[in-house]
Write a protein that binds this ligand. Structure first.
Ligand SMILES: Nc1ncnc2c1ncn2[C@@H]1O[C@H](COP(=O)(O)OP(=O)(O)O)[C@@H](O)[C@H]1O
Ligand SMILES: O=C(OP(=O)(O)O)[C@H](O)COP(=O)(O)O
Length: 397
């Protein structure tokens, strides 16, 4: 049972409906390379439009630092979105002000409009009341369908719910129901795999996670920070050296909580971040000073596979390597296929999430074989560690 209101409770006909979605999709060569997050919000968009609502979509894209930048523009998503929804989607070059107001005023019942990246305004991440007001002026009703961004207390994910009648969209509703069903009381041992590149925004949550899971495999860019914290030289690898103390604290907490931490013992290193770059496998304590770790090595993959064999539940966020560029996809693909095989043959419960993680599972051809795939990475992990998600909590009020 959900304590929050859903689209079943909302009067939508003739209303301007501000719908927060997560369109933070992976791109390659200017095109959407994995459309999972787009497809996830299509039911909500169509339902609101079919009920006569005027759909005004709010979303972020990437992490722009200083205002508008073409590479972070949602304009590049419009065609892919319109194609998946199967209807025209208009676009406004700003999410507040005259451009947005004009585009919203032009909408007829059932029309769909996407507003430019909310993060082009500093007020978004600050949840600034003036920015919330500017957004709220564009709508009569607020729907949050962005579970993957529900761990952020931003203007479009949290602030608006204070100002307008607020409802959960179908993706948000479905994610929470599915995660509660799958992981409400997970069978042990529970194995978590955490990798990826968002080290600073995800490392803190590992402190609670080690109290919830039996084994934590750390890979990807995240592993480099833990290796460096133990005095291992990681060359030019993606690594947040200033988080060494945090990493050491997490290792201590894990020991106290009897959570096994599994770090890579070998690595695939290269001197260039590009497909087909010359590479070699080295022990993690022999990374050349001018090279970077782009994947975990084969010995580490064998250890991860053995840990998967011993688990009853697997939760996964963050690729083990830079899977977008071959051959640095090998560990992620091998581990994903192994997990999928254990799901089929041994009833392992496999739950994975995150924009790039889902893309990696699709790349490995196993997303369908996992028990459940969430659109969310960081939000999924925070949900798992038992932390209230601001975007969800405000809907429950
Ligand atoms: N060793 C590494 N060095 C650099 N980037 C890495 C490494 N391992 C993984 N990555 C990158 O991490 C990114 C995904 O991280 P993240 O955004 O945290 O995952 P998700 O979107 O699934 O939550 C991918 O683009 C991948 O290339
Ligand atoms: O891609 C996202 O999260 P994820 O990388 O944890 O899956 C969400 O869109 C949130 O993005 P953010 O981590 O820049 O706030």
């Amino acid at each position: 049972m959900n304590a929050f209101k859903t689209l079943d409770d909302a009067a939508l006909a003739g209303r301007r409906v501000l719908v927060r979605v997560d369109l933070n999709v992976p791109m390659e060569g200017g095109a959407v390379s994995d459309d999972t997050r787009i497809r996830a919000v299509v039911p909500t968009i169509r339902e609101i439009a079919d009920k006569g609502g005027r759909v005004v979509l709010l979303a972020h894209f990437g992490r722009p630092k200083d205002g508008p930048e073409a590479k972070f523009s949602l304009r590049q998503i419009v065609d892919a979105l319109a194609e998946r929804v199967g209807r025209p989607v208009a676009f406004a070059a700003d999410c507040i002000g005259p451009a947005a107001a004009g585009a919203v005023a032009a909408l007829q019942d059932g029309d769909i409009l996407l507003l430019e990246n909310t993060r082009f305004h500093k007020g978004e991440e600050k949840n600034d009341p003036a920015f919330v007001e500017a957004l709220a002026a564009l709508g009569d009703v607020y729907v949050n369908d962005a579970f993957a961004t529900a761990h952020r207390a931003h203007a479009s994910t949290e602030g608006l719910a204070h100002r307008l009648p607020a409802y959960a969209g179908r993706c948000m509703q479905g994610e929470i129901e599915a995660l509660e069903k799958a992981l409400g009381s997970p069978e042990r041992p529970v194995l978590a795999v955490v990798g990826g590149a968002k080290v600073s925004s995800k490392i803190d949550l590992l402190e609670n996670l080690v109290g919830k899971v039996d084994i934590l495999v750390i890979g990807g860019g995240m592993a480099n920070t833990f290796l460096a914290a133990q005095g291992i030289a990681v060359g030019k690898s993606l690594c947040e050296h200033d988080l060494a103390e945090t990493a050491r604290r997490i290792l201590d907490k894990a020991k106290a909580a009897r959570c096994d931490i599994v770090l890579p013992v070998d690595a695939v290193v290269a001197r260039e971040f590009k497909a087909g770059a010359e590479n070699e496998v080295v022990p993690v304590d022999a990374v050349p000073a001018d090279a970077m770790i782009l994947d975990v090595g084969p010995k580490s993959v064998a250890t991860i596979a053995a840990r998967i064999d011993g688990a009853r539940t697997l939760v996964w966020n963050g690729p083990l390597g830079a899977f977008e560029i071959e051959p640095f996809d090998r560990a992620t693909v091998a581990a994903a296929r192994h997990a999928a095989e254990r799901t089929r043959s041994a009833g392992l419960l496999t739950v994975a999430g995150g924009g790039d993680t889902v893309a990696a599972l699709n790349h490995a051809g196993v997303a369908e074989a996992f028990s459940y795939v969430s659109t969310a990475g960081g939000a999924f992990l925070e949900w798992l560690e038992g932390k209230p998600l601001p975007g969800v909590e405000i809907l429950r009020k």
